[in-house]
Design a protein around this ligand. Structure first.
Ligand code: HEC
Ligand code: HEC
Ligand code: HEC
Ligand code: HEC
Ligand code: HEC
Length: 458
């Protein structure tokens, strides 16, 4: 398997020029052997489960109301209705003529992939309700073993007792239970959260990052941050105990305005994501007083506060984490800017339709996919390389920016810096035919800081 992502400090997103990688068929990679796509565990040719064996999440919710209410509005329940997901899968279906149709489904709907509901050329509109539940209760609570820490390598013990973290649960009239230490461990999340393309290219690797991080030794698991503990009742009638939140807050907001029940729910989720993101990284700025008519050397350092994984992690090739710096003089003349957007809302890098490459200093954290011709592409199956510069746990990255002061009328020079986050860039939504959602994209400020620097007489 090809691992070894390329780590570059700067200029990562600036390279490559030329034809349109979105439409150039020559830029595509040949399809892999059919064998790779017939994994006995996660993409079996013959069904290994029967969809009638599953109760469905709302039945669980009859007793586990609190868990259901939380899960229902999580990204796990969104996994098969997500318009970005559906649009991306449709592009792959067309590119690969249905040959790889089960690949993208094995984690987003393990039940549908293993029950035979997902067949080559399938259509989202005609799938069974249980398939469309995505990552539902019974998917996780049937996991008896993780055989492979990526690509849906979990064993589902369907029809067996439901597994969970409670050592001595009360008896349940609806199902048997079994205590499983796996539920306390990051390994439970690994099989879906680490994604390897069919040609062996690493796409998402939060679990690998976690294994190499201080968190693994300290026993800080994915659940610690993404399933916080609170006191409550596991069912409406059982005794109080420590429960674990099933909202799975990360960075994504649903893009449609009707997935969550009310505008207040959007505000609440926005607040939760914002809290998570503002804990994630810190900016430090410093500069010596400079002479008017010359330049200031501005030192910028970004520290990843997350002990467990990179920032960003997961689908880093979709995420945007970037530094915005704006410098003004005492009369409010803008002397310098980087990380500001063009009129389409895109960063001024390779993907800007209006001002391509006009932001020479742009500092981004994330990753970039390139095709066989070396051109950036947004689709992993058209890519042959995945270059990443996302920031490792507890690491710093420092850069120097040169702020020209020749146009300054008088000092001090005021510098505003923000580390910003956006789940998807507008150009990606446009490439997927989802331009209607661009105005729903949220930008979060991970950190912001300002600095005044005196201007010395030349
Ligand atoms: C190994 C499991 C796995 C496979 C296979 C997989 N995904 Fe995902 N997908 C995930 C996980 C986990 C996330 C959440 C990642 C995050 O939030 O960073 C995700 C999120 C997404 C999203 C939501 C956008 C986002 O960035 O949050 C899209 C779109 C998507 N996947 C498309 C696809 C497509 C297209 C394929 C097939 C090429 C695919 N996925 C195959 C696990 C998988
Ligand atoms: C008729 C009510 C009822 C229904 C329906 C029900 N459960 Fe339970 N479940 C319980 C009770 C009671 C407990 C024990 C709670 C306790 O001890 O606090 C329990 C415990 C659990 C546990 C904890 C097991 C452990 O050892 O950690 C899990 C996981 C679970 N249920 C999942 C589910 C899922 C998934 C569904 C739907 C397929 C479901 N339950 C449907 C009543 C129910
Ligand atoms: C110490 C707390 C902490 C732990 C432990 C942790 N995370 Fe995170 N996670 C965060 C923070 C903060 C963010 C938001 C910043 C970011 O995107 O990296 C985040 C974001 C994410 C996202 C969305 C990332 C994106 O940009 O698409 C995923 C997916 C995720 N975590 C999965 C995991 C998995 C899987 C584990 C276990 C291997 C884990 N996390 C462990 C704190 C944590
Ligand atoms: C993505 C996997 C996943 C999904 C989906 C999921 N759970 Fe869980 N669930 C867990 C994990 C992991 C724990 C234990 C967390 C811990 O102990 O740190 C847990 C714990 C529980 C418990 C024990 C009490 C508690 O809160 O610790 C119950 C009951 C439960 N889940 C029910 C449900 C129900 C009902 C659904 C669907 C509405 C559901 N779960 C969906 C992973 C999942
Ligand atoms: C059966 C596969 C599966 C398992 C197991 C699983 N996840 Fe996920 N997870 C997904 C998929 C798929 C998505 C993205 C859905 C989408 O956005 O379309 C996701 C999304 C998330 C997100 C939201 C990320 C964002 O960008 O907002 C978090 C947080 C998360 N998972 C945490 C966990 C944790 C913690 C565990 C282990 C306790 C876990 N997941 C286990 C498949 C899984």
């Amino acid at each position: 398997m090809r691992l070894a992502p390329v780590y570059l400090a700067l200029g990562l997103f600036q390279g490559g020029c030329g034809g349109d990688p979105q439409t150039d068929p020559d830029a595509r990679v040949p399809a892999p052997d059919a064998e790779i796509l017939n994994d006995d565990l996660s993409m079996p040719l013959a069904p290994t489960v029967d969809s009638s064996q599953f109760m469905g999440a709302s039945s669980c919710g009859g007793c586990h109301t609190q868990h259901f209410n939380e899960w229902q509005f999580s990204m796990h329940s969104y996994a098969m209705v997500d318009p970005v997901y559906r649009a991306a899968v449709k592009v792959r279906q067309a590119d690969r003529e249905g040959r790889e149709d089960r690949f993208c489904l094995q984690c987003h709907s393990p039940i549908g992939t293993r029950s035979g509901d997902i067949q080559p050329g399938f259509d989202f509109e005609s799938l069974e309700a249980i398939t469309l539940e995505g990552v539902n209760c019974e998917t996780c609570h049937s996991i008896s073993e993780v055989q492979r820490p990526y690509n849906a390598g979990m064993v589902l013990d369907v029809g067996g007792p439901l597994k969970g973290p409670i050592e001595n649960p009360e008896s349940s009239p609806a199902h048997q239970t079994e205590y499983s230490e796996l539920f306390l461990s990051s390994k439970l999340c690994a099989s879906c959260h680490d994604v390897v393309e069919v040609d062996g290219m690493n796409l998402e690797r939060p679990y690998q990052e976690w294994l190499e991080s201080p968190a693994a030794e300290e026993g800080v698991e994915c659940q610690t941050c993404h399933m916080p503990t609170y006191r409550g009742r596991a069912t409406n009638t059982s005794a109080e105990r420590d429960l674990h939140e099933h909202r799975f807050v990360g960075v994504d907001m649903p893009l449609e305005s009707d997935f969550l029940p009310s505008p207040e729910d959007y505000d609440e989720l926005h607040g939760r994501i914002s809290n998570l993101l503002t804990s994630a990284a810190t900016i430090t700025l410093s500069a010596e007083p400079g002479a008017a008519g010359d330049q200031l050397d501005l030192f910028v350092s970004i520290h990843n506060n997350i002990v467990a994984h990179n920032i960003p992690t997961g689908s880093t090739f979709n995420r945007q984490v970037w530094l915005e710096v704006i410098a003004t003089d005492a009369d409010n003349n803008v002397l310098y800017e980087t990380g500001t957007l063009d009129s389409n809302g895109d960063l001024r890098n390779y993907w800007s339709e209006e001002e391509q490459f006009s932001d020479h200093d742009l500092i981004e954290f994330g990753s970039r996919l390139t095709d066989i011709a070396g051109n950036p592409t947004v689709f992993s199956w058209r890519a042959t390389e995945h270059h990443t510069n996302s920031l490792s746990p507890l690491y710093d990255r420092t850069s120097t920016l040169f702020i020209p002061t020749s146009a300054a009328t008088r000092g001090p020079i005021h510098i505003e810096a923000r580390l910003r986050f956006r789940s998807f860039p507008p150009y990606l939504l446009r490439a997927l035919g989802l331009a209607e959602f661009v105005s729903n994209l949220e930008i979060f400020d991970i950190d912001s800081i300002s600095l005044d620097v005196d201007l010395l007489d030349p």
